[in-house]
Design a binder for this molecule. Structure first.
Ligand code: ADP
Ligand code: MG
Length: 447
């Protein structure tokens, strides 16, 4: 039998290249643990890691090691707390690094990359589209618009496109900016003719223009006008444009139709909140990146409680990790519950683990609208009913005060919240279908 350790090293490096991100990170956590009667032993640092790695990757690993060995190899997963996964850098990557010319692009934030974005069912379409764009800028999916709620990874993907292009085509000029900075810079340029022409030439001579949060342009008529011309110039010259927005283009108000039409050309992709498994994968990736050690049970608790916003998930990890290092002991489940109370969407629990975010999410799904519709200001009848019901359920099922509920619901004051609660109470007296909706949702949330 060939040396199993060598076979494992080779299999691991193939698997890291070929598996999706959610599985790849498990492979990186596995160390060679020895051999027993021809069985390959693979070690992980805790029982939780062992079980999850086994569940996610056993078949891929067995197939790959058997393929390399040329005969059937069985694998056993075990726990060895002393094993810490080693980050490998392939010789190919090292060579690429050395040969890379200086980049021209200074507006990009290097911390974001496709490699540290965890793609799940909620985001795989957007993630794959962004990768294709980064590999062939200006040729496919131009323009592209990524839309989705707060903290779901829009900026991360946009910057990843920029970083990828910068790494592979360092001669390309890339600008990453937010719609807000674009607006401020434009206003500033109005002070002199020279400044205006410098502004125009800056934005009209790029190969890739990445503009974040274009919803900010609502009501900014002159900036919209300027962007319209910039857009046309770049588009006509086959330059890549990627935009992000917190809602679909159709929901934008106070943006001229001709600009909306431009934005809707090409590809529009949405980011949905990640499912529990993806949240766990993201949380573990963040812990790895930042060197946090958080008990797997506590991680599970965080990922169950914070379910629709990755930024808040990260915030919770940072809070708990700082707490642990300040008091010098590990965070237990009780400490985590206590500490995360301050998180706006952490469980506001009396007897249950129900969060306002969960309520919004379930109610939105029930009424076939989006989470952000419920937090937003739309006067659409169906959305308004869903919004009133979410507020009613939040007042019934959580211990948030009315003004706290208002804060989560996008800055509504407590009288507006009280109005919603009273409204639903009175509608339920006469309208069977609303009563049914409230009861269904309550049952679902409490199950
Ligand atoms: P948005 O721009 O949609 O508000 P961001 O891109 O700023 O959200 O994401 C918020 C934080 O969450 C960032 O630190 C980002 O790296 C992280 N994040 C979001 N989605 C993912 C993901 N799928 N994988 C890894 N990190 C993520
Ligand atoms: Mg953003």
């Amino acid at each position: 039998m060939e040396n199993l350790e060598r076979i494992w090293q080779e299999a691991a490096s193939h698997l890291e290249e070929s598996l999706p991100e959610t599985k790849k990170q498990w492979i990186q956590r596995i160390s060679y643990g020895g051999e027993e009667n021809g069985v390959l032993i693979l070690a992980l640092s805790s029982a939780f890691y062992r079980d999850t790695a086994e569940k996610n990757c056993r078949t891929d690993i067995e197939n790959m090691v058997s393929e390399i060995a040329g005969s059937e190899i069985s694998v056993r997963f075990t726990v060895d707390a002393s094993k810490k996964p080693v980050q490998k850098s392939s010789p190919k990557k090292e060579k690429e690094k050395k040969e890379k010319p200086q980049s021209l692009n200074t507006t990009l934030n290097k911390q974001y990359s496709f490699d540290n974005f965890i793609s799940g069912d909620n985001s795989s379409f957007a993630f794959n589209a962004c990768k294709v764009i980064a590999q062939n800028p200006g040729t496919s999916f131009n323009p592209c618009l990524i839309y989705g709620g707060v903290g779901l990874g829009k900026t991360h993907l946009l910057e990843s496109i920029g970083n990828y292009i910068d790494e592979h085509n360092p001669k390309m000029k890339i600008i990453y900016t937010t719609a807000e900075s674009f607006t401020n810079e434009f206003i500033d340029s109005l002070l002199s003719k020279e400044k205006i022409s410098a502004f125009k030439s800056k934005y009209r001579n790029v190969d890739v223009l990445l503009i974040d949060d274009i919803h900010f342009l609502q009501k900014k008529d002159s900036t919209q006008e300027e962007l319209f011309h910039t857009f046309n110039e770049l588009y006509d010259n086959h330059k890549q444009i990627v935009l992000t927005c917190d809602r679909p283009i159709t929901e934008l108000t106070d943006i001229t139709d001709r600009l909306k039409t431009r934005f809707r050309k090409g590809l529009n992709v949405d980011l949905q909140p990640p499912a529990y498994e993806t949240r766990m994968a993201i949380a573990m990736q963040k812990c790895k990146e930042k060197g946090y050690t958080i008990d797997p049970k506590v991680l599970e608790f965080i990922c169950q409680s914070i379910n629709t916003n990755v930024r808040d998930l990260e915030g919770a990890l940072t809070t708990l990790s700082s707490f642990a290092s300040l008091v010098g002991k590990p965070v237990t489940l009780d400490i985590a519950r206590e500490q995360l109370k301050n998180f706006i969407i952490a469980p506001a629990i009396k007897n249950t683990d129900i969060t306002i975010d969960m309520i919004i999410h379930k109610t939105a799904a029930y009424f076939n609208v989006k989470d952000y519709d419920i937090r937003g200001k739309s006067r659409n009848k169906n959305i308004m009913l869903a919004r009133h019901i979410s507020i009613y359920l939040a007042s019934e099922l959580t211990s948030y005060s009315l003004s706290e509920i208002g804060k989560v619901m996008n800055g509504k004051d407590h009288t507006t919240i009280m109005y919603s609660v009273e409204k639903i109470k009175s509608i339920m007296e006469t309208d069977e279908s609303v009563r049914q909706a409230v009861n269904d949702l309550k049952a679902d949330l409490l199950s």
